[in-house]
Design a binder for this molecule. Structure first.
Ligand SMILES: O=C(O)CCC(=O)C(=O)O
Ligand SMILES: [Fe+2]
Length: 345
């Protein structure tokens, strides 16, 4: 926790301006209603991420961004015919193989997944939904404005050469029934060779230990191997492959010491960047407060993307890239969500 605090406080109160880029960042970072105007990472932030496997950025987006994302998802849920999905999301399924074509075909669509306990408590769709995925960022202009205007540029800062905006999820973690997300590494789900996945998790609501904030095991991206891979074994079935943790039978995801986890509590508009191998989790939301979040997962397109990764696009349809041209249009993309009544190319 102190690492994060030190990092952000040091930056805000005693800027060590190493370059003109740092100077520009410092002078503009407070200018948009408390949010930093420039989403790009400073060298100190890159260092923190490299060392610890995660980074919290306070006030990553202005309030209006998280408010608009929240409002749009509520509109979408209201419009959704909830009889069209029976698909349930649970991060701790016990079956080794799991059949769900709706899920497997959702990579380039907007699909709706139920909370595990929704049926048990007879929840309506507003309170029973677990997440919406996996391509709001290409199919909805507001989500596109946020992702292309704020997240895409960070892909270059974390070292990607050909960023791919692979998978997005609006995650609800409903009050009362929002299930735990068990300890995992995101490269398990979005694997490349070599690994290149990063998760960009935006707190739409305030998150804390009561309503199920993210916990991270610092430095675990360096101290642990990849434990599992989640693969598709046919057009309708997936499987979790367990690795024998590099020969050491004593370590597994189930046996990690959760007490060493750091709760990364957030205000609405804060962002957590997660290295694809860092171990993280979240507990059940037993509180009476909602905990909405929006996760964008990216990988580097310069690396091999295996055909047995669960997420595949239809044949011939390329994954959404974030190019240098997109980078130059950052301000225009931001306008898609800051000023949504206007039309932008
Ligand atoms: O929102 C959460 O609690 C966890 C999300 C997460 O870890 C993921 O989407 O990979
Ligand atoms: Fe994750």
């Amino acid at each position: 926790m102190f690492g994060i605090l030190n990092n952000s406080l040091a930056k805000r109160t005693t800027p060590r301006l190493k370059s003109w880029a740092d100077m520009l960042y410092w002078t503009t970072s407070w200018s948009f209603s408390g949010a930093r105007a420039n989403p790009r990472l400073t060298e100190a932030e890159k260092d923190h991420l490299r060392t610890n496997g995660y980074l919290k950025i306070e006030n990553f987006v202005p309030d209006v961004v998280s408010k608009r994302l929240r409002k749009r998802i509520v509109e979408r849920i209201n419009e959704w015919d909830s009889t069209t999905s029976q698909s349930v999301f649970s991060s701790h399924r016990t079956e080794k193989q799991y059949k769900d074509t709706y899920f497997l075909n959702s990579g380039d669509k907007i699909c709706y997944f139920w909370e595990e306990k929704a049926q048990e408590v007879n929840a309506n769709k507003e309170l029973g939904i677990n997440k919406v995925g996996h391509s709001l960022h290409t199919l909805d202009d507001l989500f596109k404005g946020y992702v292309y205007g704020y997240v895409g540029p960070l892909c270059y800062d974390v070292g990607m050469v050909n960023p791919i905006l692979l998978q997005s999820m609006y995650i609800f973690k409903q009050k009362g029934i929002g299930g735990e997300v068990s300890p995992h590494q995101d490269s398990t789900f979005l694997f490349t060779e070599p690994m290149s996945c990063y998760g960009f998790w935006l707190a739409v609501d305030e998150t804390n230990v009561e309503n199920g904030c993210i916990y991270v095991l610092p430095k675990s991206h360096q101290t642990y191997p990849l434990f599992q891979r989640f693969v598709r074994i046919s057009d309708e079935q997936t499987q979790m492959i367990e690795y024998q943790s590099a020969g050491d039978k004593n370590i597994s995801l189930n046996s990690i010491d959760k007490s060493q986890g750091v709760p990364v509590e957030c205000k609405s508009g804060d962002l957590i960047i997660l290295h694809g191998k860092v171990i993280h989790w979240s507990e059940q939301n037993t509180s009476t407060n909602p905990r909405h979040a929006f996760m964008m997962h990216c990988v580097d397109g310069q690396y091999h993307y295996p055909v047995d990764n669960w997420l595949q696009y239809p044949k011939g349809k390329p994954f959404p890239k974030f190019t240098q041209t997109d980078l130059q249009k950052q301000a225009q993309y931001q306008q898609m969500i800051l000023n949504p009544q206007k039309q932008y190319q």
